[in-house]
Design a protein around this ligand. Sequence first.
Ligand code: 5GP
Length: 204
Amino acid sequence: MQEKGLLIVLSGPSGVGKGTVRKEIFSHPDTAFEYSISMTTRLPREGEKDGVDYFFKSREEFEKLIRQGKLLEYAEFVGNYYGTPVDYVRQTLDAGKDVFLEIEVKGARQVREKFPEGLFIFLMPPSLTELKNRIVTRGTETDDIIHNRMLSAREEIEMMELYDYVVENDQVDLACERVRAIVTAEHCRRERVEHRYKKLLEVE
Ligand code: 5GP
């Protein structure tokens, strides 16, 4: 029987650099996973191609896909729909290939519910690590600003609870290396591989 591929989900707060990290990962010659091209109702940006960067859809088309159950997850982000085509994901996993999703956090939560066995990686903004130190030592911000920044920092940190791994995006190349290392490690996880080795020990 064909072993299933791994569903890899890269997500994290808006503005953390998910797209940049994803593009860097896929520009690497050794990257062996398949990128799931999302559907969106937003207009193409300069240079973006339908079927390459996204499948660009009208709102009506997108809502029909929702009704038909064709999306593994979807979310509205800044006034536009974004979603992952479910057939592509399932067929690619069934063919034994790893599928990589780069999606925002509401969508990632839906995927976690449907694919709890997926590999969920939270990309963390580096600024957060130093935020507290800076705020405390600098002492120049008003109480309001400190309060608001700490609140949004806490919201971001709380979002990581659903994930298996946290990668800080302090430098794009380092973040990519960490993601790749996590995927490699996941492929060696005992639960995933033990049946192969147990089979070798079977005697007639
Ligand atoms: P952009 O419009 O800049 O390409 O993407 C906006 C946001 O949508 C990014 O955070 C990106 O990760 C997210 N996104 C892209 N595709 C999907 C998708 O299929 N589902 C969800 N939930 N978010 C997506």
